[in-house]
Write a protein that binds this ligand. Structure first.
Ligand SMILES: [Zn+2]
Ligand SMILES: [Zn+2]
Length: 354
């Protein structure tokens, strides 16, 4: 690009009118997973909400002390969680090397994080035209923007002022500038080049792991061996792009939700294949994953069948990297739920704009 780093790309041709699309109604239903999870974490903390807020730092007067330790009236839920994860604490029998065990655990997690998921099946047709949300100005949210960014051709604005402001925007969501190249690469409607498919999906699965693993472990205990069926009404490209947001953080495109189901092989052969005939090709890979490793499936690994709006179908097996006891605790959230909905923008929100 010849433009200097800070330059705003020139105004391009007026935005093409978007085709009438039926729209994808994925915003229905409430994604409770995130709330549930943070509430659960909070319930494990010995400190109250006010004390936790005081811990944010910004408004605390200098010299303000941390909340006082709670009176010692036996082990807290957090203590029990720590015990499950790292064994007995110092001063108890067998507790001498807890720090060493903790470090070992962290090293194991880091090693395992480097262990790539196994792809057992992959089917990716030419994606259909994606239903797009009605176009809004990426800065102010006004309807019917008249200009698009000359560099990517995707970001749309009602005026030169809005485009300029979005390019230079600072703050939580970073503005368009850092994401422009990615939008240009994937185009509109966004399409993922073949070589990017696996890295993008693996990154998504990694973002979901603290929901997916406890869910899988809980469901296997309740309902028997099976796999996670991950579905979304948006494409891999859309899931992988940073979502445009208004200055107040409101998403300007449709929400990006995923639904996770627990499915047994018998259910796959029945209702799932009836509902989605195109999934039949994934059966051998699913059967192999479920039966192939001497019953370990589901204990040390999560088997995931993926079906996205772009037509991508994949069977991916990811190693589970957390302590089974900790996962079981986290999985209590999902007691009796064979389906959870996750909002990708809630899960990934903090990773943007870094
Ligand atoms: Zn505007
Ligand atoms: Zn752009």
């Amino acid at each position: 690009m010849s433009s200097s780093d800070g330059a705003v790309p020139a105004e391009a041709a007026p935005a093409k009118p978007e085709k009438e699309s039926p729209g994808v109604d994925v915003a229905t239903g409430v994604d409770k997973a995130m709330d549930d999870f943070s509430q659960r974490l909070r319930s494990l903390s010995p400190y109250g909400d006010d004390e936790l807020r005081a811990g944010d730092g910004a408004e605390r007067p200098a010299g303000d002390a941390l909340p006082p330790p709670l009176p010692d009236d036996g082990p807290t839920p957090m203590d029990e969680l720590m015990r499950e994860a790292f064994g007995p604490p110092d001063g108890e029998e067998g507790g001498d090397d807890r720090a060493a065990r903790g470090l070992k655990k962290v090293a194991e997690l880091e090693d395992a994080a480097a262990a790539p998921p196994r792809w057992l099946h992959e089917f990716a047709p030419e994606p259909p035209e994606e239903a797009t949300a009605p176009p809004l100005c990426w800065r102010c949210g006004a309807n019917g923007p008249r200009h698009t960014c000359a560099q990517c051709g995707v970001a749309a604005y009602c005026s030169r002022e809005c485009q300029k402001a979005d390019w230079g925007k600072r703050g939580a969501f970073g503005g368009h500038k850092p994401a422009c190249a990615e939008y240009k690469r994937l185009g509109r409607p966004p399409r993922v080049p073949g070589e990017d498919r696996r890295p993008l999906l693996e990154r998504l699965l990694a973002q979901l792991r603290l929901y997916m693993w406890p869910f899988a472990v809980r469901q296997i205990e309740e309902r028997g061996r099976g796999f996670v069926f991950l579905q979304s009404e948006v494409s891999l490209a859309t899931l992988g792009l940073p979502a445009p947001r208004s200055p107040c953080g409101r998403l300007l495109e449709h929400r990006r939700s995923l639904i996770l189901h627990h499915v047994t092989l018998a259910e796959f052969d029945g209702e799932i294949c009836d509902a989605f005939p195109g999934l039949g090709g994934a059966r051998p890979a699913l059967a192999a994953a479920l039966e192939g490793d001497g019953g370990r499936a589901g204990a040390g690994e999560a088997i995931v069948l993926v079906r996205l709006a772009c037509g991508l179908v994949a069977v991916v097996v990811t190693p589970i990297l957390l302590d089974p006891g900790v996962l079981r605790r986290m999985g209590e959230e999902y007691a009796g739920k064979d389906c959870i909905q996750i909002d990708v923008d809630e899960v990934a929100g903090t990773e943007q704009g870094g």
